[in-house]
Write a protein that binds this ligand. Structure first.
Ligand SMILES: Cc1cc2nc3c(=O)[nH]c(=O)nc-3n(C[C@H](O)[C@H](O)[C@H](O)COP(=O)(O)OP(=O)(O)OC[C@H]3O[C@@H](n4cnc5c(N)ncnc54)[C@H](O)[C@@H]3O)c2cc1C
Ligand SMILES: NC(=O)c1ccc[n+]([C@@H]2O[C@H](COP(=O)([O-])OP(=O)(O)OC[C@H]3O[C@@H](n4cnc5c(N)ncnc54)[C@H](OP(=O)(O)O)[C@@H]3O)[C@@H](O)[C@H]2O)c1
Length: 590
């Protein structure tokens, strides 16, 4: 096809642009190419600026290829949404080209769209148009009910300091999530710490334990977090759900599967609830980026061809196409012409899952009392705001209110409980804690928490002989050395001075600026002796990222240095120490 390329000179406005855009100011610089039909059967290439405001955003894509792609579709007689035009005459196409460009300009000017930093030119469109993947069938629907006929859920609570999920959210049928009264909350970090950590003490004396089961040292329990109200209202607003509709009692119908229970039976359900409670307790629309099916759903409901194209392109890309820290609401916010029905949205959202926390005390010492430590996990959202993880953010809100009431002397006026449950206690520490023999406990950040219980158990054993070494990683001892000064004391209990734990604190952002693996190497002889002792064990807890691999490398180095192993032999030896039949080296990293 014959094409004529016309470059719009800087600062000038060709007559036909004037006709189309009137006297609206437009940018003089030329950043995007756009095909427009000049006359029947002949397209001329016009270079237009796709976005004047984003030159400072180096990572921002211009949309040049994007426009080329849409133009290509048009020139093939297809509409930007993929359907065929009834006529392909150039004069019919002209408005479409410009409306596409206008739609793109509008989108590019939208701050919430800019925040996503989508590299438009790297999106892959062709496959999703030539071979579109179908959206999974809707599996959820709501029907109205009258409030009078709806039975009240006896467990449900919307209180921010004592929330409880609907009865059907059952992690371990026939038991329900348990509302554990909070006995105490305190901060373990000082102001200025990069991450904030709190210790929570819970009363589980009335927990409905199954016969023969108990809380295990080193075990972890589940906390069922609610989504924050501000995020629920934001999502409801973006889905055009009015408040009365959000709170209205409805019958939720599911076509099968476990959802919205957690580990319930797989079967269709009809449950009395509200959209608010389903969004609050049963859907994860914050901690995971939208799925490809979700983008396809949004594309299906887009009333704007540019948004439709971009969303289909996103559904076809794996990664590095845009900023990664966004949620379902951020996407809806960025695409203002996409408003899918709530039941279809809920059908595609993952289940909101409980989070696990290590028991940080010896549950045998204070019967019916559990302690846990949690660190607030934060990230920067696309709008530059700091947001927290769902559960650690929820726990921190409860903690802050608790501490405020404690300060005001108003604790008695408010109920503080956490929605939690026991779980199977089959994590490595719960299964593999041994109270005899020497042990070396290596933990970074809040990964030190389960070891506090280990030490308490060892200290309470007056006849113990094995030594305990603790290597604790933090950033700055003055700010975030968790459980500082608490390791060799158990109030009210006899402790054997012979088995005092020896502790080494390693600071990553102060003093020597070391990581725990540096201390592990430096004290390699102790590690070597412990691991080779008949009952000796090394326990490791912390982040599952590079941390665990680095410690494993350090232990291999120790095996080479003190055991004379070659590298491959040391790797095999590490595997042997970690194998469930030996478990000389037990790790729990997340
Ligand atoms: C057996 C076990 C024991 C554990 N013990 C403890 C413990 O004792 N103490 C403890 O503090 N933790 C512990 N954890 C980790 C804990 O379960 C949670 O994973 C942790 O608290 C974070 O949960 P969250 O809901 O706050 O974050 P989530 O909402 O699940 O988010 C997960 C991470 O992703 C980030 N994130 C969320 N949304 C986005 C987004 N849109 N963009 C970018 N990043 C995002 C969050 O900041 C966070 O770092 C344990 C885990 C396991 C499996
Ligand atoms: N039972 C369990 O499985 C369990 C229990 C509790 C916690 N956890 C997990 O433990 C982790 C603790 O995290 P946190 O948020 O409190 O702290 P964190 O962010 O992991 O940081 C703790 C310390 O580790 C350092 N660090 C960072 N990268 C490292 C590396 N490659 N090698 C060695 N040290 C490294 C940090 O230093 P810099 O920041 O200076 O780099 C900091 O001093 C979480 O992921 C949590 O899920 C698991």
């Amino acid at each position: 096809m014959l094409q004529r390329s016309v470059r719009t000179p800087v600062g000038t406005r060709p007559t036909f642009f004037k006709k189309l855009f009137g006297n609206e100011p437009y940018s003089p610089s030329t950043r995007g190419q756009f095909l427009a039909p000049a006359s029947k059967g002949c397209l001329k290439k016009i270079v237009v600026r796709t976005c004047c405001q984003y030159s400072s955003r180096r990572r921002y894509s211009t949309g040049k290829r994007f426009l080329g792609h849409v133009s290509n579709y048009l020139s093939q007689g297809k509409s930007p949404s993929g359907s065929s035009h009834s006529t392909s005459s150039a004069s019919d196409l002209l408005p479409s080209f410009f409306s596409v460009n206008e739609q793109l300009q509008t989108l590019l000017r939208t701050p919430s769209f800019q925040n996503l930093q989508i590299k438009l030119d790297e999106l892959k469109y062709d496959e999703c148009f030539s071979n579109p993947t179908p959206i999974p069938q809707k599996k959820v629907s709501f029907t109205p009910t009258t409030v009078d006929s709806a039975p009240l859920d006896p467990l449900l609570s919307d209180s921010p300091t004592s929330p409880h999920p609907p009865s059907f959210v059952q992690p371990h049928p026939p038991f329900h999530v348990f509302s554990a009264p909070v006995l105490d909350i305190r901060t373990l970090t000082n102001p200025g710490a990069i991450k904030r950590t709190y210790n929570v003490t819970l009363d589980v004396s009335k927990y409905p334990l199954r016969e023969g089961s108990d809380w295990k040292i080193g075990g972890s329990f589940g906390v069922m977090p609610p989504n924050p109200d501000n995020e629920i209202f934001r999502l409801a607003h973006l889905l055009n759900i009015p408040l009365n509709e959000l709170y209205a009692t409805k019958i939720l119908h599911t076509s099968g599967g476990r959802w919205p229970t957690i580990w319930g039976e797989e079967k269709p359900r009809a449950l009395t609830t509200s959209i608010y409670h389903i969004l609050k307790w049963c859907t994860d629309f914050l901690s995971k980026p939208p799925s490809k099916d979700f983008y396809r759903l949004l594309a299906k409901y887009s009333t704007n061809s540019v948004e439709h194209h971009i969303l289909l392109g996103l559904s076809n890309c794996s990664q590095n196409i845009c900023s990664e820290n966004f949620s379902v609401s951020d996407i809806l916010d960025a695409f203002p012409n996409v408003r899918p029905p709530v039941d279809e949205v809920i059908s595609l959202l993952p289940q909101l899952m409980p989070r696990w926390y290590s028991i940080s005390n010896d549950p045998d010492l204070g019967k019916g009392v559990l302690e846990m430590a949690f660190t607030v996990q934060e990230f920067t959202a696309p709008d530059g705001q700091t947001r927290t993880g769902i559960c650690s953010g929820f726990l921190e809100n409860v903690a802050l209110e608790y501490l405020k009431c404690q300060q005001n002397g108003t604790l008695k006026n408010k109920k503080f409980t956490l929605p939690m449950f026991r779980g199977v206690q089959q994590n490595p520490f719960a299964k593999e804690f041994h109270n005899d023999g020497p042990m070396c406990l290596i933990g970074a950040g809040v990964g030190i928490a389960p070891f506090r219980g280990f030490v308490q158990r060892r200290l309470a054993n007056a006849s113990c002989t094995g030594k305990v070494w603790i290597i604790q990683g933090c950033r700055d001892q003055t700010l975030d050395e968790l459980y500082h000064g608490e390791w060799n004391t158990i109030p009210g209990h006899h402790t054997n001075p012979k088995c005092r734990a020896k502790k080494l604190v390693v600071e990553s952002r102060n003093g020597k600026r070391e990581y725990v693996q540096d201390a592990v190497r430096r004290h390699g002889k102790i590690i070597w002796d412990v691991i080779n002792h008949k009952n000796g064990r090394i326990y490791l807890c912390g982040s599952g990222k590079a941390f665990a691999t680095e410690i494993e490398k350090a232990i291999m180095d120790i095996a080479m240095k003190y055991g004379g192993y070659k590298k491959e032999e040391a790797a095999r030896q590490l595997e042997y120490w970690q194998s469930p039949i030996n478990y000389k080296f037990v790790k729990e990293v997340w």
